[in-house]
Design a protein around this ligand. Structure first.
Ligand SMILES: Cc1cc2nc3c(=O)[nH]c(=O)nc-3n(C[C@H](O)[C@H](O)[C@H](O)COP(=O)(O)OP(=O)(O)OC[C@H]3O[C@@H](n4cnc5c(N)ncnc54)[C@H](O)[C@@H]3O)c2cc1C
Length: 554
């Protein structure tokens, strides 16, 4: 039969193979769900795009078994990951936050406590490398049909299923697809969101000297950069002067960089080409050197937009399709990954009959407030750096220049710690008020960007600990539901075992006798969801059926 006439049947149609769509294919594929992922690009990202994988995202990559593989990408293992600010790259250094190399991160995390007690620390790596890892793992699952060079043309939700049309981007016969669900992980201009008619809420068009307005992005090779760069190496290089503000992330630790410069009012950067890329880069560097321009283009900073709805019937939106960030704090891609983590196990549970469809109604109330929170943090960071002016006197060799630089140093040294040391942002996201979280009457610690107080208060990330045998507590969690039984004499867990079996829930009891863990969790029992969120905690199992029923959506 002609391919164009055959209806392709799948369980989840994923539009978009950026980090969100690929992560979703991983979550679903590992659970045996059949997906069709289409992306109109010929392959994963060529441009570096996002630069930072936050610690919580790395913990999810660890859960899926490829955190080490991701950590091996990008910079060499011994390359510094400092964030440093200069008047120009060959000018004065103004501020610096030193952070561990990839090698040190793996070692250091084992001794970290308090806010940074974690299975993984952040990793500074370009999104293009992460996408390649995510794609490889997504394609390893037999149920995933990953098609780059294919686009979603249109779709309709019949109430029973999704009927969609996809087509090779290069042309060719249109293919009809039938799926149980559709997820629009199709980026900022999402066809899925627009078809559903879901409007944005929030702010856009915010103007700042930096990180508010048009930006000019250049992916470049500058093999001579370190020959002229007079300071200690970093990962992120920020240029702070009155002529041109810019930031630049090292992509490979050698010659490749992702350079982003603020465009001024009156400049027409959409018309800029390679010569302009060289000119603008030279302004940030403070001199000219040979560079090879691999790509350039514009993008807009100053968005903090969240879609007014994340779900209509059998259709969901996630990632940039559902929220648009200003990249300060590096939260856009990380929030996109967490959307996929949240939606993945829920779709799989419903498709396998292990949970009622009402479980899916918890996606929006859990992820939309998180998107509002995270876009808010990104906006706060953008204000902190972008509203602080760079005056011409900053570069003068005079006493006035020195004074201006001292003031800038003070501000930027405080700012860099605000934007780049964010355990509270990465670990502190919570689903309080969700219909599938069972509250225990306690209030969680206040939300704060730079401080994270571990708490097993239901609705958030479980507190982390390293076990006496060297394992991460998180590595002992089951891939689906985990009931933690903590302390030397935890209560009888039989009711949880009985009820989970009766409900078809895949639950594993994990006993850790160490009293310190019982103390950390402030309870002997805690129910951990497949996405490593505390659904419930308590001191007796009598209520197991009610707890499990609520946590799985009814
Ligand atoms: C220059 C630049 C710098 C950035 N820097 C940072 C940063 O430092 N930190 C950070 O966190 N974020 C940053 N971001 C944002 C980050 O890249 C995004 O938040 C992230 O890519 C979102 O992932 P996603 O999977 O939701 O969407 P995307 O990565 O946009 O993926 C969507 C995919 O959908 C595909 N698609 C669209 N329509 C269709 C269709 N009809 N059919 C099939 N496929 C379709 C597209 O081809 C695309 O591959 C940056 C972005 C850019 C452009």
């Amino acid at each position: 039969m002609d391919d164009s006439l055959r209806v392709l049947s799948t369980e989840v149609l994923i539009a978009g193979g950026g980090p969100c769509g690929l992560m979703l294919a991983n979550e679903l594929g590992r659970r045996g769900i059949r997906t069709l992922l289409v992306d109109m690009k010929p392959g994963t990202a060529f441009n570096p795009q996002a630069n930072a994988t936050q610690a919580r995202t790395m913990e999810h990559f660890r859960r899926l078994g490829f955190a080490q593989e991701v950590r091996a990408q990008g910079l060499p293992a011994d390359h510094p990951t400092d964030i440093a600010y200069f008047t120009r790259y060959t000018g004065y250094e103004l501020a610096r936050l030193s952070l561990p190399t990839a090698e040190q991160a793996v070692r250091n995390v084992r001794g970290m406590t308090g806010s940074w007690s974690a299975a993984e620390l952040p990793h500074r790596v370009s999104q293009k490398f992460v996408e390649a890892v995510l794609r490889r793992h997504a394609e390893a699952h037999a149920g995933n049909d990953v098609r780059y060079g294919w686009q979603l043309l249109e779709f309709r939700d019949t109430g029973e299923d999704i009927v969609a049309r996809v087509q090779p981007t290069a042309g060719g016969p249109v293919q009809e697809v039938r799926a149980r669900y559709l997820v629009g992980a199709d980026g900022p201009r999402s066809l899925v969101r627009r078809t559903l008619g879901i409007p944005w809420a929030g702010a856009s068009g915010v103007r700042r000297d930096f990180m508010g307005g048009q930006m000019f992005a250049v992916y470049l090779r500058a093999p001579g950069f370190y020959e002229v760069f007079p300071h200690a190496r970093a990962w992120m290089y920020v240029s702070f002067n009155a002529q041109r503000r810019a930031f630049m992330a090292s992509v490979d630790g050698r010659a490749e960089f992702a350079f982003h410069a603020a465009v001024h009012e009156g400049e027409d950067a959409d018309a800029w080409g390679e010569a302009d890329a060289r000119r603008v880069f030279a302004q940030a560097l403070g001199r000219e050197i040979d560079i090879e321009v691999l790509s350039c283009g514009t993008w807009t900073a100053g968005h903090s937009l969240v879609a007014q709805s994340f779900q209509r019937g059998r259709v969901f939106i996630a990632g940039d399709a559902a929220h648009l960030f200003t990249p300060t704090g590096g939260l856009g891609y990380n929030t996109a990954v967490e959307d996929a983590v949240n939606l993945g196990w829920k779709l799989a549970s419903v498709l396998r009959g292990a949970a009622p469809p009402s479980l899916l109604d918890s996606y929006e109330p859990e992820r939309q407030p998180l998107a509002v929170r995270n876009t808010g943090y990104a906006r706060q960071f953008a204000d902190s750096v972008g509203l602080y002016p760079a005056r011409p006197v900053l570069e003068e060799g005079s006493a006035a220049g020195a004074q201006e630089r001292a003031a800038a140093s003070e501000h930027l040294n405080a700012h860099v710690r605000l934007e780049f040391n964010i355990p509270g942002v990465t670990f502190g996201g919570r689903y309080d008020g969700s219909p599938v979280i069972v509250p225990d009457g306690n209030a969680p610690p206040p939300d704060a960007a730079n401080d994270y107080v571990p708490t097993a208060c239901p609705g958030g990330r479980p507190p982390h600990a390293w076990l006496a045998d060297g394992r991460s507590l998180f590595d002992t969690f089951h891939v689906e539901w985990t009931l933690l039984a903590l302390g030397p004499e935890p209560p009888d867990v039989a009711p949880f075992i009985r009820s989970s079996q009766a409900m078809g829930m895949d639950l594993k009891v994990v006993h850790h006798p160490d009293p310190a863990l019982r103390e950390l969790y402030e309870a002997p029992l805690a129910l951990i969801r497949p996405d490593q969120i505390v659904a419930w905690r308590g001191s007796e199992a009598e209520d197991a059926e009610r707890v499990l029923r609520r946590a799985r959506g009814g």
